[in-house]
Ligand binder design. Structure first.
Ligand SMILES: NC(=O)C1=CN([C@@H]2O[C@H](COP(=O)(O)OP(=O)(O)OC[C@H]3O[C@@H](n4cnc5c(N)ncnc54)[C@H](O)[C@@H]3O)[C@@H](O)[C@H]2O)C=CC1
Ligand SMILES: O=C(O)C1=NCCCC1
Length: 317
Protein backbone atom coordinates (compact mmCIF):
# COMPACT_ATOMS: atom_id res chain seq x y z
CA UNK A 1 0.00 0.00 0.00
CA UNK A 2 1.29 3.48 -0.87
CA UNK A 3 1.38 5.49 2.36
CA UNK A 4 2.45 8.75 0.78
CA UNK A 5 2.56 11.77 3.06
CA UNK A 6 0.37 14.69 1.97
CA UNK A 7 2.33 17.34 0.00
CA UNK A 8 3.98 20.19 1.83
CA UNK A 9 3.16 23.71 0.75
CA UNK A 10 6.12 26.10 0.55
CA UNK A 11 4.98 29.60 -0.19
CA UNK A 12 6.66 32.79 -1.39
CA UNK A 13 8.25 34.07 1.83
CA UNK A 14 9.58 30.65 2.73
CA UNK A 15 11.08 30.16 -0.74
CA UNK A 16 12.64 33.59 -0.41
CA UNK A 17 14.07 32.76 3.00
CA UNK A 18 15.87 29.58 1.86
CA UNK A 19 16.98 30.30 -1.72
CA UNK A 20 20.41 31.93 -2.12
CA UNK A 21 22.27 32.73 -5.35
CA UNK A 22 25.48 31.23 -3.99
CA UNK A 23 23.75 27.81 -3.78
CA UNK A 24 21.58 28.23 -6.87
CA UNK A 25 24.21 29.32 -9.41
CA UNK A 26 26.37 26.14 -9.22
CA UNK A 27 23.26 23.93 -9.43
CA UNK A 28 22.06 25.79 -12.50
CA UNK A 29 25.47 25.54 -14.18
CA UNK A 30 25.42 21.81 -13.56
CA UNK A 31 21.83 21.53 -14.88
CA UNK A 32 22.60 23.54 -18.06
CA UNK A 33 25.58 21.27 -18.75
CA UNK A 34 23.51 18.12 -18.17
CA UNK A 35 20.71 19.40 -20.41
CA UNK A 36 23.09 20.05 -23.30
CA UNK A 37 24.52 16.53 -23.12
CA UNK A 38 21.09 15.22 -24.28
CA UNK A 39 21.44 12.11 -22.11
CA UNK A 40 17.88 11.02 -21.28
CA UNK A 41 18.98 9.61 -17.92
CA UNK A 42 20.30 13.06 -16.98
CA UNK A 43 17.51 15.35 -18.22
CA UNK A 44 14.22 14.71 -20.00
CA UNK A 45 12.64 18.04 -20.79
CA UNK A 46 10.27 18.61 -23.70
CA UNK A 47 9.82 22.12 -25.11
CA UNK A 48 7.14 23.72 -22.94
CA UNK A 49 3.49 23.42 -23.90
CA UNK A 50 1.93 26.87 -24.18
CA UNK A 51 -1.86 27.09 -24.01
CA UNK A 52 -3.12 30.47 -25.28
CA UNK A 53 -5.35 32.43 -22.90
CA UNK A 54 -6.57 34.56 -25.77
CA UNK A 55 -9.24 36.46 -23.86
CA UNK A 56 -6.56 37.65 -21.40
CA UNK A 57 -3.63 38.15 -23.83
CA UNK A 58 -1.61 35.45 -22.15
CA UNK A 59 -0.39 31.87 -22.12
CA UNK A 60 -0.27 29.04 -19.64
CA UNK A 61 3.06 27.25 -19.97
CA UNK A 62 3.50 23.71 -18.69
CA UNK A 63 7.14 22.82 -18.02
CA UNK A 64 7.66 19.16 -16.99
CA UNK A 65 11.16 17.77 -16.31
CA UNK A 66 12.56 14.44 -15.19
CA UNK A 67 16.15 13.97 -13.98
CA UNK A 68 16.38 10.20 -13.62
CA UNK A 69 19.91 10.00 -12.22
CA UNK A 70 19.15 12.68 -9.64
CA UNK A 71 15.66 11.36 -8.82
CA UNK A 72 14.01 14.73 -9.50
CA UNK A 73 10.57 14.98 -11.13
CA UNK A 74 8.78 18.31 -11.38
CA UNK A 75 6.58 20.56 -13.41
CA UNK A 76 6.03 24.28 -13.36
CA UNK A 77 2.77 25.93 -14.31
CA UNK A 78 3.47 29.45 -15.46
CA UNK A 79 0.97 31.97 -16.77
CA UNK A 80 2.45 34.94 -18.57
CA UNK A 81 0.71 37.90 -20.11
CA UNK A 82 1.19 40.82 -22.45
CA UNK A 83 0.06 43.64 -20.16
CA UNK A 84 -1.16 47.03 -21.32
CA UNK A 85 0.77 50.09 -20.10
CA UNK A 86 -0.67 51.08 -16.72
CA UNK A 87 -2.00 47.60 -15.88
CA UNK A 88 -1.42 46.64 -12.26
CA UNK A 89 -1.86 42.90 -12.86
CA UNK A 90 1.26 40.68 -12.66
CA UNK A 91 2.95 39.67 -15.93
CA UNK A 92 4.06 36.25 -14.62
CA UNK A 93 2.44 33.88 -12.12
CA UNK A 94 3.98 30.49 -11.38
CA UNK A 95 3.69 27.37 -9.23
CA UNK A 96 6.16 24.47 -9.09
CA UNK A 97 5.11 20.93 -8.17
CA UNK A 98 7.77 18.43 -7.04
CA UNK A 99 6.87 14.73 -7.30
CA UNK A 100 8.26 11.39 -6.17
CA UNK A 101 9.30 9.76 -9.46
CA UNK A 102 8.81 6.21 -8.12
CA UNK A 103 5.27 6.52 -6.72
CA UNK A 104 4.04 9.59 -8.58
CA UNK A 105 2.80 11.35 -5.47
CA UNK A 106 3.26 15.08 -5.06
CA UNK A 107 5.91 15.86 -2.42
CA UNK A 108 5.65 19.64 -2.52
CA UNK A 109 3.69 22.45 -4.06
CA UNK A 110 5.67 25.66 -3.99
CA UNK A 111 5.46 29.25 -5.09
CA UNK A 112 7.12 29.57 -8.49
CA UNK A 113 7.46 33.32 -8.72
CA UNK A 114 10.56 33.72 -6.57
CA UNK A 115 12.04 30.65 -8.25
CA UNK A 116 11.29 32.11 -11.71
CA UNK A 117 12.73 35.50 -10.82
CA UNK A 118 15.90 34.08 -9.22
CA UNK A 119 16.69 31.20 -11.57
CA UNK A 120 16.18 33.34 -14.69
CA UNK A 121 18.46 36.08 -13.36
CA UNK A 122 21.04 33.52 -12.20
CA UNK A 123 21.13 31.94 -15.68
CA UNK A 124 21.62 35.38 -17.26
CA UNK A 125 24.48 35.97 -14.81
CA UNK A 126 26.00 32.63 -15.84
CA UNK A 127 25.76 33.77 -19.49
CA UNK A 128 27.61 36.98 -18.55
CA UNK A 129 30.24 35.07 -16.59
CA UNK A 130 30.91 32.94 -19.66
CA UNK A 131 30.47 35.47 -22.47
CA UNK A 132 31.11 39.07 -21.39
CA UNK A 133 34.42 40.68 -22.26
CA UNK A 134 37.05 40.61 -19.50
CA UNK A 135 37.06 43.88 -17.58
CA UNK A 136 33.38 44.69 -18.28
CA UNK A 137 32.52 47.91 -16.42
CA UNK A 138 29.05 49.09 -17.45
CA UNK A 139 25.80 47.15 -16.98
CA UNK A 140 22.53 48.39 -18.55
CA UNK A 141 19.13 47.00 -17.64
CA UNK A 142 16.15 47.70 -19.93
CA UNK A 143 12.94 47.20 -17.90
CA UNK A 144 12.16 47.88 -14.25
CA UNK A 145 9.90 44.97 -13.24
CA UNK A 146 10.41 41.76 -11.26
CA UNK A 147 13.16 40.39 -13.50
CA UNK A 148 14.95 43.74 -13.58
CA UNK A 149 15.28 43.62 -9.79
CA UNK A 150 16.41 39.98 -9.59
CA UNK A 151 18.94 40.65 -12.38
CA UNK A 152 20.26 43.70 -10.54
CA UNK A 153 20.60 41.63 -7.35
CA UNK A 154 22.54 38.72 -8.81
CA UNK A 155 24.66 40.78 -11.23
CA UNK A 156 25.82 43.07 -8.45
CA UNK A 157 26.41 40.08 -6.14
CA UNK A 158 28.53 38.23 -8.72
CA UNK A 159 30.34 41.06 -10.52
CA UNK A 160 31.82 44.48 -9.76
CA UNK A 161 30.43 46.89 -12.35
CA UNK A 162 31.61 50.49 -12.11
CA UNK A 163 28.30 51.77 -13.46
CA UNK A 164 24.76 50.35 -13.54
CA UNK A 165 22.15 52.04 -15.74
CA UNK A 166 18.43 51.40 -15.96
CA UNK A 167 15.72 52.42 -18.42
CA UNK A 168 11.97 51.91 -18.55
CA UNK A 169 9.12 53.51 -20.54
CA UNK A 170 8.07 55.88 -17.79
CA UNK A 171 10.18 58.27 -15.74
CA UNK A 172 8.23 57.32 -12.58
CA UNK A 173 9.14 53.64 -12.90
CA UNK A 174 12.79 54.47 -13.48
CA UNK A 175 12.83 56.75 -10.41
CA UNK A 176 11.06 54.12 -8.26
CA UNK A 177 13.55 51.45 -9.35
CA UNK A 178 16.55 53.68 -8.68
CA UNK A 179 15.14 54.50 -5.21
CA UNK A 180 14.41 50.87 -4.35
CA UNK A 181 17.91 49.84 -5.46
CA UNK A 182 19.18 52.11 -2.69
CA UNK A 183 21.82 53.96 -4.71
CA UNK A 184 24.44 53.00 -7.25
CA UNK A 185 22.01 52.84 -10.20
CA UNK A 186 21.69 55.62 -12.80
CA UNK A 187 18.27 56.18 -14.38
CA UNK A 188 18.30 56.88 -18.13
CA UNK A 189 15.81 58.82 -20.25
CA UNK A 190 15.99 56.46 -23.23
CA UNK A 191 16.94 52.88 -24.05
CA UNK A 192 19.62 54.27 -26.36
CA UNK A 193 21.18 56.32 -23.55
CA UNK A 194 21.28 53.22 -21.33
CA UNK A 195 22.63 50.89 -24.00
CA UNK A 196 25.31 52.98 -25.76
CA UNK A 197 28.76 52.05 -24.52
CA UNK A 198 27.48 49.40 -22.09
CA UNK A 199 29.49 46.19 -21.78
CA UNK A 200 26.57 44.07 -20.64
CA UNK A 201 22.92 44.76 -21.53
CA UNK A 202 20.01 42.90 -19.98
CA UNK A 203 16.60 43.16 -21.68
CA UNK A 204 13.80 42.26 -19.27
CA UNK A 205 10.75 43.94 -20.76
CA UNK A 206 7.24 42.85 -21.63
CA UNK A 207 7.67 44.34 -25.09
CA UNK A 208 6.63 42.52 -28.26
CA UNK A 209 8.60 44.93 -30.50
CA UNK A 210 12.36 45.59 -30.47
CA UNK A 211 13.57 47.81 -27.61
CA UNK A 212 17.29 47.29 -28.29
CA UNK A 213 18.88 48.13 -31.64
CA UNK A 214 22.16 46.81 -32.99
CA UNK A 215 23.39 50.28 -33.93
CA UNK A 216 23.48 51.23 -30.22
CA UNK A 217 25.38 48.15 -29.08
CA UNK A 218 29.12 48.43 -28.61
CA UNK A 219 31.21 45.82 -30.46
CA UNK A 220 32.11 43.04 -28.04
CA UNK A 221 29.19 43.69 -25.68
CA UNK A 222 27.16 40.87 -24.16
CA UNK A 223 23.35 40.98 -24.28
CA UNK A 224 21.16 38.76 -22.08
CA UNK A 225 17.72 38.86 -23.72
CA UNK A 226 15.08 37.57 -21.31
CA UNK A 227 11.69 38.85 -22.54
CA UNK A 228 9.96 38.13 -25.89
CA UNK A 229 9.30 34.45 -25.31
CA UNK A 230 6.80 33.91 -28.11
CA UNK A 231 7.58 33.28 -31.79
CA UNK A 232 6.05 36.62 -32.87
CA UNK A 233 7.44 38.75 -30.01
CA UNK A 234 10.68 40.73 -30.24
CA UNK A 235 13.04 42.66 -27.96
CA UNK A 236 16.07 42.86 -30.26
CA UNK A 237 16.26 44.06 -33.87
CA UNK A 238 17.56 42.12 -36.88
CA UNK A 239 20.81 44.11 -37.01
CA UNK A 240 21.77 42.97 -33.51
CA UNK A 241 20.62 39.39 -34.03
CA UNK A 242 22.53 39.07 -37.30
CA UNK A 243 25.73 40.72 -36.09
CA UNK A 244 26.03 38.82 -32.80
CA UNK A 245 27.07 35.30 -31.94
CA UNK A 246 23.81 33.88 -30.57
CA UNK A 247 23.65 31.49 -27.64
CA UNK A 248 20.46 30.02 -26.14
CA UNK A 249 19.47 27.95 -23.12
CA UNK A 250 17.78 25.42 -25.40
CA UNK A 251 18.25 25.27 -29.16
CA UNK A 252 14.82 23.63 -29.62
CA UNK A 253 13.21 26.21 -27.35
CA UNK A 254 14.78 29.11 -29.25
CA UNK A 255 13.76 27.71 -32.63
CA UNK A 256 10.15 27.24 -31.59
CA UNK A 257 9.55 30.13 -29.14
CA UNK A 258 11.89 33.05 -29.82
CA UNK A 259 10.68 35.73 -32.23
CA UNK A 260 14.14 37.29 -32.09
CA UNK A 261 15.69 34.08 -33.42
CA UNK A 262 12.91 32.90 -35.76
CA UNK A 263 11.99 36.23 -37.39
CA UNK A 264 15.59 37.45 -37.81
CA UNK A 265 16.72 34.12 -39.24
CA UNK A 266 19.81 34.28 -37.00
CA UNK A 267 21.70 31.06 -36.34
CA UNK A 268 21.88 29.70 -32.78
CA UNK A 269 25.61 29.09 -32.43
CA UNK A 270 25.51 27.13 -29.17
CA UNK A 271 23.67 26.45 -25.94
CA UNK A 272 25.10 27.80 -22.68
CA UNK A 273 25.46 24.16 -21.62
CA UNK A 274 27.73 23.50 -24.61
CA UNK A 275 30.07 26.22 -23.36
CA UNK A 276 29.91 24.81 -19.82
CA UNK A 277 30.69 21.33 -21.20
CA UNK A 278 33.57 22.72 -23.27
CA UNK A 279 32.06 21.48 -26.55
CA UNK A 280 31.53 24.99 -27.99
CA UNK A 281 33.69 28.11 -27.48
CA UNK A 282 32.78 31.25 -25.55
CA UNK A 283 33.28 34.02 -28.14
CA UNK A 284 34.03 36.65 -25.48
CA UNK A 285 35.72 39.12 -27.78
CA UNK A 286 32.72 39.22 -30.17
CA UNK A 287 29.28 40.74 -29.63
CA UNK A 288 27.21 37.98 -28.02
CA UNK A 289 23.49 37.51 -27.39
CA UNK A 290 22.19 34.99 -24.88
CA UNK A 291 18.55 34.33 -25.76
CA UNK A 292 16.83 33.08 -22.60
CA UNK A 293 13.48 31.31 -22.88
CA UNK A 294 13.52 29.57 -19.50
CA UNK A 295 13.72 25.80 -19.00
CA UNK A 296 11.95 23.27 -16.80
CA UNK A 297 15.27 21.81 -15.67
CA UNK A 298 16.15 25.19 -14.11
CA UNK A 299 12.91 25.03 -12.11
CA UNK A 300 13.50 21.38 -11.21
CA UNK A 301 16.91 21.95 -9.61
CA UNK A 302 15.71 25.16 -7.95
CA UNK A 303 12.65 23.42 -6.48
CA UNK A 304 14.75 20.49 -5.24
CA UNK A 305 17.11 22.95 -3.58
CA UNK A 306 14.21 24.79 -1.93
CA UNK A 307 12.74 21.46 -0.76
CA UNK A 308 16.06 20.24 0.69
CA UNK A 309 16.75 23.54 2.47
CA UNK A 310 13.19 23.82 3.74
CA UNK A 311 13.17 20.19 4.99
CA UNK A 312 16.46 20.57 6.83
CA UNK A 313 15.19 23.81 8.44
CA UNK A 314 11.93 22.13 9.49
CA UNK A 315 13.62 19.08 11.02
CA UNK A 316 16.21 21.09 13.00
CA UNK A 317 15.27 21.17 16.70
N1 LIG B 1 13.36 33.89 -20.15
C1 LIG B 1 12.77 33.52 -19.03
O1 LIG B 1 13.10 32.51 -18.43
C2 LIG B 1 11.71 34.39 -18.46
C3 LIG B 1 11.23 35.45 -19.16
N2 LIG B 1 10.30 36.28 -18.61
C4 LIG B 1 9.87 37.42 -19.42
O2 LIG B 1 10.65 38.54 -18.99
C5 LIG B 1 9.92 39.74 -19.17
C6 LIG B 1 9.90 40.53 -17.87
O3 LIG B 1 9.21 39.79 -16.88
P1 LIG B 1 8.84 40.48 -15.47
O4 LIG B 1 9.96 41.30 -15.01
O5 LIG B 1 8.32 39.39 -14.62
O6 LIG B 1 7.63 41.43 -15.91
P2 LIG B 1 7.21 42.83 -15.24
O7 LIG B 1 5.84 43.11 -15.72
O8 LIG B 1 7.46 42.79 -13.79
O9 LIG B 1 8.21 43.87 -15.90
C7 LIG B 1 8.13 44.17 -17.27
C8 LIG B 1 8.89 45.45 -17.57
O10 LIG B 1 8.81 45.69 -18.98
C9 LIG B 1 8.31 46.99 -19.23
N3 LIG B 1 7.57 46.97 -20.50
C10 LIG B 1 6.38 46.38 -20.74
N4 LIG B 1 6.02 46.57 -22.02
C11 LIG B 1 7.01 47.30 -22.58
C12 LIG B 1 7.22 47.84 -23.90
N5 LIG B 1 6.33 47.67 -24.86
N6 LIG B 1 8.36 48.52 -24.12
C13 LIG B 1 9.27 48.70 -23.14
N7 LIG B 1 9.11 48.24 -21.88
C14 LIG B 1 8.00 47.54 -21.62
C15 LIG B 1 7.45 47.32 -18.02
O11 LIG B 1 7.29 48.71 -17.86
C16 LIG B 1 8.29 46.69 -16.89
O12 LIG B 1 9.34 47.55 -16.55
C17 LIG B 1 8.55 39.31 -19.67
O13 LIG B 1 8.55 39.38 -21.07
C18 LIG B 1 8.44 37.87 -19.23
O14 LIG B 1 7.55 37.12 -20.01
C19 LIG B 1 9.85 36.12 -17.34
C20 LIG B 1 10.26 35.04 -16.61
C21 LIG B 1 11.21 34.08 -17.11
O1 LIG C 1 10.60 30.05 -18.09
C1 LIG C 1 9.71 30.74 -17.59
O2 LIG C 1 9.34 30.59 -16.45
C2 LIG C 1 9.05 31.75 -18.44
N1 LIG C 1 9.49 31.91 -19.62
C3 LIG C 1 8.99 32.83 -20.56
C4 LIG C 1 7.82 33.58 -20.16
C5 LIG C 1 7.51 33.66 -18.74
C6 LIG C 1 7.98 32.55 -17.89
Amino acid sequence: IDMAEPPVIIWEQEVESVLRYRDLVPRLEDALGKFSRRDSAEVLQPVRTAVPLQKHSGFMGLMPTYMENDGVLSTKFVCFYKREKGSTLPAVRATVVLLDPECGNIKAVMDGEVITAMRTAAVSAISAKLLMAPGAEVLAILGTGTQALSHLNVFTEMFSFKEVRVWSRTKEKVERFVRSAGGGVRGCGSAEEAARGADVIVTVTGSTEPVLYGQWVKAGAHVAAVGACRPDWRELDDVLMKSAVVYADSREGALSESGDVILSGAEVFAELGDVINGTKPAEREKTTVFKSLGMGVEDAVSAQLVFDQWTSKETKP
